[in-house]
Design a protein around this ligand. Structure first.
Ligand code: NAD
Length: 287
């Protein structure tokens, strides 16, 4: 058996089209477009690429995109003051501070300074808490995207066995909360988990968010399972080039799984699409 590929690019394009329709209705009703402001501190080249991609995606769905690019030596107090101004700016619906921040800045403090209603990354403790207790929240974009892909493959997941590998605040923990809210039976595995293979072997849904190339082995996968690979790892090839791979041994897992996301082209495209959806929701919830 060879698993069906879950096409994240196509699902993300459909979500972006839905958001564009929602933006057009918002503009007609409110006389203004939703606005996302991205703050980038320092000159990390990968972060600059992400920020550029987010701005372009905003414009494509009819939103207003603004960027603040600050020097790496920006004082924490100045960054907090900027966030304060964005919090009270009525034209700003979403605020995203690109991570990682330079070492002299306390990321937790910066995230906590963002108005939870404008926290389109869903990292603010208020949003994390609301998600944990099942209240409406702005939910982190990557796990939101994973849930959409799981639903695309399986539909109703009530009662399904789900194993989430990784317990970070941006992927693993919110993923487990979303799966629990969808009535799956959820196990969170992490670096101290004993017998990871045994947990994965009984999972109808496996979400791997670890950051180790091909650590989830193909023969662990339960036949027919839905495998969502969040990992993005750049590996060196013998010819000196590099290639992106996930956390799952794709070729071997594909032989046993029912559905599987490729890397790239699986979870990745969903993240920005969900950011746009969060920005529209934040705008709709305000004013
Ligand atoms: P993280 O480093 O914050 O967390 C990794 C988690 O893996 C930890 O909870 C740790 O306990 C667990 N872990 C480490 N070794 C393990 C092992 N041997 N067995 C089981 N668990 C183990 O990483 P993160 O920010 O959650 O990201 C995880 C991966 O997802 C990375 O490759 C990252 O690049 C990728 N990512 C992709 C997207 C996307 O849009 N596709 C978004 C965010 C993160």
């Amino acid at each position: 058996m060879s698993a069906l590929l879950i096409d994240g690019k196509a699902r993300a394009a459909a979500l972006r089209a839905e958001v564009a329709t929602g933006v057009a209705a918002f503009v007609a009703a409110r006389g203004r477009a939703p606005g996302l402001t991205v703050v980038l501190v320092g000159d990390d080249p990968a972060s600059a690429v992400y920020v550029g991609a987010k701005g372009k995606a905003c414009l494509e769905v009819g939103m207003i995109s603004a960027e603040h690019r600050l020097p790496a030596e920006t004082a924490q107090a100045d960054l907090l003051a900027l966030i304060g101004r964005l919090n009270s700016d009525p034209a700003v619906d979403g605020i995203l501070v690109q991570m990682p921040l330079p070492k002299h800045i306390d990321s937790d403090r910066v995230i906590a300074a963002i108005d939870p209603g404008k926290d389109v990354d869903g990292f603010h403790p208020v949003n994390a808490g609301r998600l944990a207790i099942g209240q409406p929240a702005l939910v982190p974009c990557t796990p939101s995207g994973c849930l959409l892909l799981i639903r695309e493959a399986l539909g109703d997941i009530s009662g399904a066995e789900a194993v989430v590998i990784g317990r970070s605040s941006i992927v693993g923990k919110p993923m487990a909360a979303l799966l629990t809210a969808a009535s799956a039976t959820v196990t969170i595995a992490h670096s101290r988990t004993r017998d990871l293979a045994g947990h994965v072997a009984r999972a109808d849904i496996v979400v791997a968010a670890v950051g180790i190339p091909a650590m989830v082995q193909g023969h662990w996968i339960k036949p027919g399972a839905c495998v969502i690979d969040v990992g993005i790892n750049r590996i060196a090839l013998p010819d000196g080039k590099t290639r992106l791979v996930g956390d799952v041994d794709f070729a071997a897992a594909r032989e046993r799984a029912g559905w599987i996301t490729p890397v790239p082209g699986g979870v990745g495209p969903m993240t920005i699409a969900c950011l746009l959806a969060n920005t529209l929701s934040a705008a709709q919830a305000r004013s």
